[in-house]
Design a protein around this ligand. Structure first.
Ligand code: SF4
Length: 383
């Protein structure tokens, strides 16, 4: 391993997949990328059964609308992959799985082009001549009636803009007009430009950082207007959106909501139950849009993650009723649960929890506190 915990978190530069799982403190993490960010009810029930059979029965939702099975044993890995293959959830190769990094907006309707564009983009990314992109490089297809994925981390965005569709590189407000039929190919052209102009360094690279160095390619001149969206559980045209504490559920909960319909996986660690017209009353779900637990995010932390310098979730649960904005409790400076800035961040360090305001888990703290002190005096968060 190239770095001890005291030196800082190990940055892998790739994300775990189903074909390339990542070892964590509680076993292998096997990440499933549902096509078009959607699981049929049959697939979801199958995933729940595989989690019980080969994992520890805990399932996480990721900020890229993926589904992670935790606690998978070495002996369970191959039967698990075969089970996922039977469900149609396995790509032909690690390279294809890695490239098919597409988040699809979850409120799409039959009459908008979202599913058509995302399916074509997935097809193009599976071709042998598809651009060889870094592991974390991703696409967002956000072509519903309003944009909802602006705060979702990705590199190339296909978006609705007024009556039209645009392709926009992350990090710029300028986009290029495309059509429903050219959108996927234009997105891939932009990915090829990224590679050709040196966007990949030492196997890594993100679009926004590259634009800051080299500027925009030609043709990206159309100004777009930001549209804020705050995800909350509730009823939507597409169905009922439910949340989970820290985006984690049991296999039993996944099987139970799969009994209500097909599922759309969102990047907000929530799930839309397709076509549901009322919010389900099931254990393990957050359905109140004002639930304080929606104000906290926390990664697995210790002991589940080998890189963690302290536990996270008990502290986040204790502090949730006392925070107004977003509180991020991170087991180390990597900040997996929320890579962007949060109103308040507590990052576990050898000196206690670093308190960081309005920034990310690896930014400069204003103070360090113990968990006991923070629980006894939550006002320390805002002092
Ligand atoms: S942020 Fe959390 S989950 Fe990510 S490496 Fe650090 S401790 Fe582990």
């Amino acid at each position: 391993m190239s770095g001890s915990r005291a030196e800082g978190p190990v940055v892998q530069g790739w994300c775990p997949g189903a074909l390339r799982p990542m070892m964590s403190g509680d076993g292998l993490v096997v990440r499933v990328r549902p096509r078009s960010s959607r699981l049929t009810a049959t697939q979801a029930r199958g995933v729940a059964a595989l989690s019980r059979a080969h994992g520890n029965g805990l399932i996480d939702l990721s900020a890229r609308a993926n589904v992670q099975l935790r606690g998978v044993t070495e002996t369970g890995r191959l039967p698990l992959v075969e089970g996922l293959r039977d469900l149609g959830l396995i790509d032909a190769s690690i390279a294809q799985e890695t490239r098919r990094n597409i988040v699809v907006q979850p409120f799409h309707r039959p009459d908008d082009p979202t599913l058509t564009i995302s399916a074509e983009l997935a097809q193009l990314l599976a071709l042998p001549d598809a651009p060889d992109l870094p592991g974390k490089f991703g696409f967002a297809v956000d072509t519903g009636s309003t944009r909802v994925l602006e705060s979702t981390a990705c590199d190339i965005r296909i978006e609705r803009d007024g009556q039209g569709i645009v392709v926009r590189p992350d990090g710029s407000g300028l986009a290029k007009h495309v059509t429903e039929t050219t959108a996927a190919a234009e997105a891939l052209s932009l990915a090829r430009w990224f590679i050709a102009t040196g966007g990949i360094r030492e196997g890594r690279g993100r679009m926004a950082a590259h634009l800051a160095r080299v500027g925009l390619p030609q043709g990206f001149t159309h100004p777009t207007t930001a549209q804020g969206f705050v995800a909350r559980p509730g009823l939507y045209d597409a169905g009922a959106m439910v949340a989970f504490t820290f985006g984690q559920m049991t296999a039993e909960t996944l099987a139970a909501i799969a009994g209500l319909g097909d599922l759309r996986i969102t990047p907000w660690r929530m799930i839309v139950i397709e076509g549901a017209t009322r919010l389900p009353d099931l254990p393990g779900l957050i359905t109140d849009p004002d639930d304080p637990l929606l104000h906290v995010v926390a990664c697995t932390g210790a002991p589940g993650c080998v890189q963690a310098l302290g536990p996270t979730r008990d502290l986040a649960l204790a502090l949730a009723p006392h925070v107004q904005g977003l509180l991020h409790v991170s087991g180390c400076a990597k900040g997996c649960a929320h890579p962007g800035a949060a109103d308040l961040t507590l990052t576990a360090t050898p000196q206690g929890y670093a308190l960081i305001q309005g920034a990310t888990a690896h930014d400069t703290p204003i103070a360090h506190h113990s968990a006991a002190a923070l629980i006894a005096r939550p006002d320390l968060l805002t002092e």
